[in-house]
Write a new protein. Structure first.
Lengths: 477, 96
């Protein structure tokens, strides 16, 4: 089922919002003990909201699962962290939640995630491990692993995630669903708990490209509460979605099809590109010459911003507080040491180091300059092409625990998704088939489409054309 | 690029993290491995027109104007300790 098909059922009277919430609740009870996508959900509140739902609105009566770093008034917002799970109840709605509610949607469920969105496996959650619905021994991806796994496992119709270096697109790829990271500034960050403020964006995870367009339509737009929100008109994202790819120029970057890609990933992505060419797209080889620097650049800038953003977690205003500190400095030390998990500590230390006196120019300032070179690569490419296509990840989902002692290996797997965050351009991940990998069959593979700034309409149009060609496995059945 | 040797315990103190000895040993290896990878940035040719901050990427921000804020009781609701409508903290000033 998709939002589009459920909307038809709601409007025809075949179902109603209460039945829909009850049905999803039954699925959660039946299935989620295995996958563990949900941190919590408030059935009573959702049923009360369903009673009041106005199904004439664009998302009227549609339940949307929410990543656990987005504030929903009155609900715990844990960020997958011990620091917040017992000490923070959201005192307000994030702007994206207000907008979803205005469109008639019902926020339902808090979705598991890597602690403070730091990770690409949802193994870094302090609350639970989320498993891939296609193979429970494998990661769901991350950091929005709970959101993607629930949508893939049919325990949620659609979800919101956040994407700082691929955290919507990579789990969507690993779980065989659609994930969209909008242009930086297209969707408000107000009420999203900050990880790296120049990179973070909220976006939808859905079972179809149309559904992603429906949710983007509801959450996009200017917000004076977010200082970096773009004050630009929001187009009708569904108006051009079925126009096909005939005449569009699609760039294929040589640097994204290197020897390190799993053969099954390459085959599926190339097959999808070939089908788009058959539909009339012009396929153009391009180069993004600074691709080899994206991971290094990201792992200076993101930890630097994280170390600053997470200084607010001090045991004073909210969250974990040490019980008997000797003084205020001891309160900071104890609250943070006991409240944060290893990945968060590692990134705070890395970020503090690259911003510290004597190292700032060598690391942070240099990384900011390389970030501009990476952005220029894309700007120059978009002079030649309307969009760019690549794999989302070099491999399908790995086994749980395979990178536990070597974080750098996990970081390197982000190589294809990070550039969209560093440059601010929009990108979408859609399923493009399945492959065998490391002893498992039928693991989902994702294709990534990138577009120029505010090019979400083109992005969705190409994604819809590609989606129509996918015959390997229908993940939305 | 500087040497990738990092004094983990010292930097952790700057970040107000009181790491255990085991954590220091683990992070030492992992962070030096990450910094070795970051060192690849030193090979990038940097033209003179590049800026070392985010101003080009983020563009101009809106004016910082006062507006409606959260109600006091909502702000205080999550505070671990409070008194007389204020957040209570341990003693900040040391004894003379």
């Amino acid at each position: 089922m998709t939002i589009t098909s459920i909307r038809q059922q709601l409007l025809s009277g075949e179902t109603n919002p209460t039945k829909l919430i009850e049905s999803i609740s039954e699925q959660i009870i039946e299935r989620d003990s295995q996958v563990q996508a949900y941190v919590s959900y408030n059935l009573e509140k959702a049923l009360a909201d369903a009673q009041e739902a106005d199904i004439s609105k664009p998302l009227g009566g549609i339940p949307i699962a929410i990543k656990d770093n987005i504030n929903v008034l009155g609900e715990v917002c844990s960020c997958g962290s011990k620091f917040l799970v017992k000490g923070y109840i959201s005192p307000y709605d994030a702007t994206v939640i207000k907008k979803l509610k205005t469109a008639g949607a019902i926020p339902f469920g808090r979705m598991n995630m890597d602690e403070f969105a730091m990770g690409s496996a949802t193994e870094n959650s302090a609350i639970q491990l989320t498993r891939n619905p296609h193979d429970h021994d494998r990661i769901a991806g991350g950091s929005s692993g709970g959101s993607a796994a629930a949508v893939a496992d049919h325990t949620a119709l659609a979800a919101l995630g956040s994407d700082t270096g691929g955290s919507i697109r990579q789990p969507a790829s690993h779980c065989g669903v659609v994930g969209l990271k909008p242009t930086y500034g297209r969707v408000s960050r107000y009420g999203l708990v900050a990880f790296a403020s120049s990179l973070d964006q909220v976006g939808p995870i859905t079972r179809s490209v149309d559904d992603a367009a429906h949710i983007l339509q509801a959450i996009a737009g200017h917000d004076p509460r977010d200082t970096t929100s773009l004050n630009e008109p929001v187009p009708d994202y569904l108006a051009e979605i079925n126009q096909g790819v005939k005449g569009l120029k699609i760039g294929i970057p040589a640097e994204y099809f290197t020897e390190g890609i799993h053969a099954g990933v390459r085959k599926n992505v190339e097959k999808c590109i070939s089908k788009l060419e058959n539909q009339g797209a012009e396929i153009i080889p391009i180069s993004l010459p600074h691709t080899s620097y994206v991971v290094a650049t990201y792992y200076v800038i993101a930890p630097a911003e994280a170390s600053s953003n997470l200084s607010r977690f001090d045991g004073i205003r909210y969250g974990n507080a040490a019980p008997n500190p000797s003084d205020i400095i001891d309160l900071y030390y104890q609250s943070r040491e006991n409240g944060f998990g290893p990945e968060v500590k590692r990134r705070i230390i890395l970020g503090t180091y690259v911003l510290s006196s004597g190292y700032y120019d060598a690391y942070y300032s240099r990384a900011q300059k390389v970030r501009q070179l990476i952005t220029r690569d894309f700007q120059q490419a978009f002079q030649l092409v309307d969009a760019i296509i690549s794999p989302v990840c070099p491999t399908p989902a790995r086994k749980i625990g395979a990178c536990s002692d070597d974080p750098l290996q996990d970081y390197l797997s982000d190589i294809f998704t990070i550039a969209a965050n560093l440059s601010g351009f929009p990108a979408i991940s859609i399923p493009c088939g399945t492959t065998s990998y490391d002893g498992s069959d039928n693991l989902p593979v994702g294709i990534q489409i990138l577009a120029p700034r505010l090019g979400e309409s083109i992005l969705l149009r190409i994604a819809k054309a590609a989606e129509s060609e996918i015959a390997a496995k229908d993940f939305s059945s | 690029m500087p040497n990738t040797r990092i004094d983990v315990r010292y930097v952790a103190k700057l970040a107000r993290l009181d790491l255990s000895s085991e954590e220091v040993a683990t992070f030492q290896i992992q962070l030096e491995s990450i910094l070795s990878h970051v060192e690849s940035l030193s090979a990038a040719y940097l033209p003179d027109d590049l800026k070392g901050d985010q101003s080009l990427l983020l563009g101009s921000m809106r004016d910082d104007l006062p507006g409606e804020s959260l109600a006091l009781d909502l702000v205080l609701h999550n505070a671990p300790d409070q008194s007389q409508s204020q957040i209570k903290v341990p003693k900040v000033v040391a004894d003379a």
